[in-house]
Ligand binder design. Structure first.
Ligand code: ADP
Length: 399
């Protein structure tokens, strides 16, 4: 039996097809630029002889429906998915589940209505996620669709962590609170870290750092999220590729009043023109590290602010947790940028967090420790795999 995982964005659908027996990826890829008249389908799969193959084809798709049909046709073409009856479930990434969803959920009309209700809180993501679900439901009417929410893992946060200090009715009537995101990734690397430590997830305290284009930190106490850096939306918290992260809300009023910027412009400014891009003109960390090495002072500052913010969250979450078994780095930056890891943990030796410079900078991949032998707190690099986590959770949800 197989599970298809879909991550449906506003103009793309990313997919992976897993074999449930051993979680082998049978095929993966994306259809991009849906609705733009000149789409493209990428497909990576293992052929009968065990060799990985890549294919890129023109696939103009007017709608998500067209796009998913093309994906299914290509899976059929390579023999990875002959018939819908081979599918145990389709797992869907859904960004915002609000307060209603603590676990992966088999989709029915009520779930669809609830995801739709959350659109005002995630206007960029939930409509596209929902589109993916509706299209998959139409194309595979007999296969269970499972929604896996980015917010679900953080639903264990206590009120003291998730409420903002603003008038009560804004929470009661308008659902203004912190939800947190990247939950699937924090949970996945947290579980892997527990396995690495030889303990169960419910026995470990962790600080997980998902550092990609979007970035967030999570405090995990005995397997449950007790705090996370993203808030009502993915704008709060760490410095990101193009998002500012934590900022005094009075900056909005100031910019509105003195620069005459309206809400839409401010949203664009803080979500798409800030973060690393705003600080140094580039949002790709590889390039920023090279620029800094060549003496670019803005790139150096962008790295400095990024690491300062990560260190601040490590300290805050350490205080919340009391004891920490491991710090876990993941995401494109967390998995690959040794300098960011080293600088984010610099000066934390008195907290028992000691990085081994050689292990940290070794050209390695996969799960590994970068802690100095004897470091009281383990420091791990664990590649995230949100698709695999979604596939496993989808299987669990359908029993
Ligand atoms: P997304 O949030 O879009 O999934 P990723 O997790 O792929 O993003 O992370 C993208 C970020 O990771 C980019 O800033 C990229 O420059 C950075 N990155 C990827 N590889 C490296 C590397 N070898 N060294 C430094 N940064 C890297």
């Amino acid at each position: 039996m197989k599970i298809l995982v879909l991550n449906s964005g506003s103009s793309s659908i990313k997919y992976q097809l897993f074999r449930c027996a051993d979680w082998q990826v049978l095929a993966a890829g994306a259809i991009e630029r849906i609705g733009e008249g000149h789409g493209e389908l990428t497909l990576t799969w293992m052929d009968g002889s065990g060799t990985w193959r890549n294919e890129r084809t023109d696939a103009p798709s007017a709608t998500h429906h067209d796009g998913l049909k093309r994906i299914i046709a290509s899976l059929r073409g390579i023999g990875a998915l002959a018939d819908a009856s081979e599918l145990t479930a389709v797992g869907h990434r859904v960004v915002h589940g609000g307060e209603g969803f603590h676990t992966p959920t088999v989709v029915d009309d009520d779930v669809i209505a609830a995801i739709r209700q959350m659109i005002p809180l995630a206007p960029l993501h939930n409509p596209a996620n929902l589109d993916g679900i509706l299209v998959a439901r139409a194309l595979f009417p007999t296969v269970p669709q499972v929604a896996v929410f980015d917010t679900a893992f953080h639903q264990t946060m206590p009120r003291t962590a998730y409420r903002y200090a603003i008038p009560d009715y804004l929470y009661r009537e308008h659902r203004v609170r912190r939800y947190g995101f990247h939950g699937t990734s924090h949970q996945f690397v947290g579980q892997r870290a527990a396995a690495w430590l030889g303990r169960s997830f419910g026995q470990v305290n962790l600080i997980t750092l998902h550092l990609g284009n979007g970035a967030s930190a999570t405090a995990i106490r005995r397997g449950s999220s007790i705090d996370t850096s993203m808030g009502m939306t993915p704008l709060e918290g760490l410095v990101m590729g193009t998002r500012c992260g934590d900022i005094d809300p009075a900056v909005h009023f100031y910019l509105g009043e003195h620069l005459g910027l309206d809400n839409q412009t401010l949203e664009e400014l803080l979500n798409r023109q800030s973060g690393l891009l705003g600080l140094c003109g580039v949002n790709d960390m590889r390039q920023i590290l090279r620029l800094a090495e060549d003496g670019d002072s803005n790139a150096e500052l962008a790295i400095g602010i990024t690491c300062h913010r990560i260190r601040k969250y490590i300290g805050a979450y350490y205080a919340e947790l009391g004891t920490v078994d491991a710090i876990v780095f993941t995401g494109g930056i967390g998995e690959n940028a040794a300098e960011i890891r080293a600088r984010a943990c610099a000066g934390l030796e008195r907290l028992g967090i000691e990085i081994d410079a050689t292990a940290n900078s070794a050209a390695a991949s996969g799960e590994r420790s970068i802690a100095r032998p004897g470091s009281a707190v383990q420091v791990l690099v664990i590649p995230t795999n949100e698709e695999l986590q979604i596939a496993r959770e989808a299987l669990e949800a359908v029993g």
